[in-house]
Ligand binder design. Structure first.
Ligand code: PMT
Length: 220
């Protein structure tokens, strides 16, 4: 029997990529499948939490019993998350949010020409940093997807975004990160501890993350 150890908690999870449109038929995005975030949403719901999933475009079915909000761009994800932030107790940001978007979206399909084209990019809002700066009683969990200096970069995110926990994945490793069913994570805590986890299925990792979240939350 699953323990309902998250009963009474409102957990907000983000998942998937964002898409930043160039014109009606083209966009900038990344390889996130949504599997990690959906696994966390399913596990939290099974463990008794009220769960809201804010998801970018994926091929996955909305988890049963989870309020699922579909968004496309980083700015839409930001609005959907901020609107619900005050009512949440735990926020877990597994989404791979595009850091940049095209400065302009052409209203019609851009025609090819023989000249080289350049795309001007502007920064997207950093949703997690905004959540960290406006934290009430929430417990805030970020992910860090890195291909180099994993612990150093993840540690910076923990501090600079005012997080309680960071799930760091070296997305250059086989079996970790984007668009696979498994992950290899290190968990970074505020007291400086680092917990190394072995290769495991994303469903199993989701439960480990929620175990640690529950423990950190009970000490807060
Ligand atoms: O979806 P899958 O295929 O299962 O792949 C899982 C995953 C690799 C996407 C996931 O495990 C993961 O690492 N998610 C975070 C990806 C990411 O964008 O990492 P980052 O290091 O660029 O961002 C750090 C954190 O800030 C993340 O929690 C991200 O959601 C958040 N962020 C980033 C940029 C931005 N503009 N706003 C944000 O909120």
């Amino acid at each position: 029997l699953t323990p309902k150890d998250l009963a009474g908690k409102h957990v907000l999870v983000t998942a998937g990529p964002t898409r930043e449109e160039l014109d009606p038929v083209r966009f900038i995005s990344n390889y996130s499948s949504g599997k990690m975030g959906y696994a966390i949403a399913r596990a939290a719901s099974r463990r008794g939490a009220r769960v809201t999933l804010v998801t970018g475009p994926t091929c996955l079915d909305a988890p049963w019993g989870v309020e699922t909000i579909h968004v496309t761009s980083a700015r839409e994800m930001r609005d959907a998350v901020l609107e619900r932030y005050a009512s949440t107790s735990i926020v877990i940001k597994a989404a791979a949010v595009a850091d940049y978007r095209p400065a302009r979206r052409a209203p019609d399909k851009v025609k090819k020409s023989d000249q080289p084209e350049t795309i001007e990019l502007v920064r997207n809002p950093d949703i997690l940093a905004e959540l960290g700066a406006n934290k009430g009683g929430q417990l805030l969990v970020g992910f860090a997807a890195e291909t180099e200096s994993l612990l150093e970069n993840a540690g910076k995110k923990l501090n600079e975004k005012n997080l309680d926990l960071v799930v760091a994945n070296d997305v250059g490793q086989v079996g970790a990160g984007f668009n696979v069913d498994t992950n290899i994570a290190r968990l970074l805590y505020r007291d400086g501890r680092v917990e190394e986890l072995p290769l495991m299925g994303k469903d199993a990792l989701a439960d480990v993350i929620l175990d640690r979240v529950r423990d950190v939350k009970s000490k807060k």
